[in-house]
Design a protein around this ligand. Sequence first.
Ligand SMILES: Nc1ncnc2c1ncn2[C@@H]1O[C@H](COP(=O)(O)OP(=O)(O)OP(=O)(O)O)[C@@H](O)[C@H]1O
Ligand SMILES: [Mg+2]
Length: 272
Amino acid sequence: MSERTPSGSTPETPIIRLESVSKSFGSIQALDDISLEFPTGRTTVVLGPSGCGKSVMLKHIIGLLRPDRGKVWFQSQRVDQLREHELVDIRRRVGFLFQQGALFDSMTVGQNIAFPLREHTSISRPDRFKRVDRMLELVGVPGTAHRMPAELSGGQRKRIALARSIVLEPEVILYDEPTTGLDPIRSDVIAQLILRLQDTLSLTSIVVTHDIQTAFKIADTMVMMNNGRILMSGAPELFEASDDEVIRRFLDGQASPEELGELTDSFQGTDL
Ligand SMILES: Nc1ncnc2c1ncn2[C@@H]1O[C@H](COP(=O)(O)OP(=O)(O)OP(=O)(O)O)[C@@H](O)[C@H]1O
Ligand SMILES: [Mg+2]
C-alpha cells in the first residue's frame, strides 16, 4: 500500500501539501499523522466512510482548523502558521463548497453570488452584475439572479453555491460532498460541471465524496481515508484493481459484518 502515486508516473508540483498532520477533538482522533499532496491543475477525489476525517482535512487547507501537529502548505506558505487576517488571501485563492452548502436565505441568488465580490474586491456594481451573470451561465442556471434560494431545487441550490465558490476565480476549489442529496442525473450534471470548471478555469480541484460514480468520472487521483489515516492514494485504476477489504467494501457499497452487527444491536428490543 502506497501513499504516493504509483512508481513510474511523473511527479507533479503539489499546490497544497499536508505533512504529518494530526488533529484531535477531545478523545476523537480526527486526523492521525496524515501526509498528502495535491497536484496543481488536477482533480483529486477523497473517499472514505462517514466520520473518517475528510471534512476536517479540508478545513485545515484553508486554516479553518489548525493542526495539533504537522504542517499545511499552500505553495511555499505555511497555512497553519498564518494569522487570521493573513488567511484572507488564501481563502480568496481557495474556493470552498461547504458540505452544508448554505446560501443566505434572505438574499437573492444574485446577491448570494455577489457577496464574496463585495467582501473582497472593489469592483463596480455593473461589473458585479456582469460577473454574477457569467457565473450563472457557467454553472448552467442562467437568468436566475433575481430568484430567492427557497424557490430553487436542491440541485439548483448546489449550483448557485458552486457559483458563489468560484466567483473570486480561485486557483483551487474544495468540494465537500457536492452531489449529496441529488439524484443520479443531477449528480452527473455536477460531475460534468466540475470537469468543465477544471477545463475553463484550469482549477485544481479537491473533491470529497461518497458518490463512487461521480468519483470515477472526475478523478485524476484518488485518496482513501479511514479512521483519520490515509489507507491508499494513487490513480483510479489502482483503486479498481485493489483487493484491500476496506477499499473493496467501500467501492462495492457493502457493509462489514461488524457494521451489520451494530445495526442488529440497535434494532434489538424495538417492535418492527
Ligand atoms: N468541530 C468539531 N468538534 C468536535 N469534533 C469534531 C469537529 N469536527 C469534526 N469532529 C469529529 O471528527 C471526526 C471527523 O469528522 P469529519 O467531519 O471530518 O468526518 P467526515 O469524514 O467528513 O464525515 P462525513 O462523510 O459524514 O461528512 C468525527 O468523529 C467528528 O465527529
Ligand atoms: Mg464531511
